[in-house]
Write a protein that binds this ligand. Structure first.
Ligand code: SME
Length: 171
């Protein structure tokens, strides 16, 4: 289905390789395809969370928090039920949102104020996305492996966040 519009109701046929970077490229291409012809944010984020979980190995949670007022509110995700609301500035998600910057946490136990939604989580990657230049929410990935996330994951999830920001800006 990569490259064609999901609005056509075609079945999504996952292409996955043994090459990590190639898989991340496929994730970004698929994310782009899912944005074409779609206008509903929840439908899009639901599919993006599934794509991230599919293409990024060794995750126990992948999903979205949307900024509403001074709180991040849980959006579509894959994984165990999670904290519903995170105050801006709290935890890894709230810190990434208030700073408007990506945060890679190699060991969540060493991040002051880390919010443990799933006891399995050992490392975390949080990437903000924007609407009209302002933070609109974050993409949150958790792994059961310490040191799971590197600049490579930050780069490719950053591309997903850029696409999402462009989607939110209507471009
Ligand atoms: N660990 C996050 C909370 C969200 S869960 O990981 C899904 C944090 O510290 O902000």
């Amino acid at each position: 289905m990569v490259g064609s519009s999901p609005a056509s109701l075609n079945m999504f046929k996952p292409e996955k390789t043994t090459d990590k970077t190639k898989n991340y490229v496929l994730m970004v291409e698929s994310a782009k395809a899912f944005m074409e012809g779609e206008t509903d944010m929840i439908a899009l984020l639901a599919n993006l969370s599934a794509l991230i979980k599919l293409y990024v190995d060794d995750l126990n949670w992948a999903g979205f928090y949307i900024l509403k007022g001074d709180e991040l509110v849980l959006g579509p995700f894959q994984g165990l039920p999670a904290c519903t609301r995170i105050p801006l500035g709290k935890g890894v998600c709230g810190s990434a949102a208030i700073e408007g910057k990506t945060i890679i946490v190699k060991d969540v136990h060493e991040f002051p104020g880390h919010i443990a939604c799933d006891a399995a989580s050992q490392s975390e990657l949080v990437i903000p996305f924007f609407k009209g230049g302002l933070v609109n929410g974050v993409i949150d990935l958790d792994s059961p492996t310490k040191g799971r996330f590197t600049e490579l994951e930050a780069e490719y999830l950053g591309k997903v966040a850029e696409l999402l920001s462009a989607f939110l800006d209507g471009s």
